[in-house]
Design a protein around this ligand. Sequence first.
Ligand code: HEC
Ligand code: HEC
Length: 279
Amino acid sequence: MNRVLRLFTPAIPAVFAVGFFVSFANWIPQTRWAPPKKLTLTADLAPAELARAGATIVRERGCMACHTMEPGVGVKGGGRGPNLDGIGARRAQGAAGAAANAADYLVQSLYEPGAHLVEGYPNIMPPAIGAPAKLGYEEVTAVVNYLQSLGGTASVKIGELPKPPGSGAAATAVPAPAPAAPAAAGGAQLLTDMGCAACHAPAPGQQAIGPALDAGSLRTAAGERRMSPEAYLIESIVDPAAFQREGFPAGLMPADYGTKLTAAQLKSLVDYLLGEAGT
Ligand code: HEC
Ligand code: HEC
């Protein structure tokens, strides 16, 4: 017995040390950010469940960069886009000149925002099925249910709404998106034309008033803000006050680009800055 103990005694501190590090590693909070998991939206979900998923989608895909949720003020809130609070009640009968019920009206305003403009607003909303939000058909259904639930009742199941224009057989009906390469050239040109280059340097390390607009640091900032890079960029451009980058002056970047840029211009800026124009 004594001989066995003598044999093991030198190993005891090592065993303790290993044990300590294992428990320490488990104790460190696992805070590293992972991109939001794709929601699984299946045909058996009830409209109310879809509406809950839709609330998350609207928050995470950049819709609130333009829209607001302000009780009691009607369509006109303080945002670049209409106030979404109460939209389910307000659009229960759709709108004159557009679809005559809430679900059809709402789905059209996501597929083709420019087809029927809400009075008093410019045509700046990018179709929700394209960049940056890139909603799939099931996600569109979830968002429509969520919007209906704001003042009304969620009512549609997956499969009941029309498919996006251009999906399946009707491919010719897609409003042709601008070809990628010219859009990128447009992005570079816009940085000059819209005065962005006066404050932003194109590459990291160059001295400028605002942060360098390189794809790498934009993606990092988007991660910190827990948004997709595309949604983060749109937010930064149309609502600079929403998120303050440390080490840069607040309130300096003009807050009215949202009304000056069209959806197509916003898209070419985002594509260009994220370097995705050619892909
Ligand atoms: C760049 C700004 C911008 C973004 C981003 C944006 N919208 Fe819009 N949206 C607008 C504007 C401006 C209008 C009003 C003009 C129009 O009808 O297209 C509008 C209209 C709408 C309407 C019709 C509102 C009404 O009162 O009838 C709905 C619904 C809507 N948006 C939902 C969304 C959703 C959902 C998202 C995210 C996937 C989104 N929007 C992203 C700017 C934006
Ligand atoms: C007058 C100076 C000025 C102009 C003009 C300007 N910006 Fe900015 N921008 C800033 C400053 C300062 C910040 C950092 C402070 C903040 O986060 O609001 C910033 C932040 C940003 C961010 C977030 C960057 C990051 O790393 O998080 C983006 C994206 C951006 N600007 C894009 C643009 C685009 C695109 C234009 C032109 C359409 C533009 N800016 C015009 C000063 C400017």
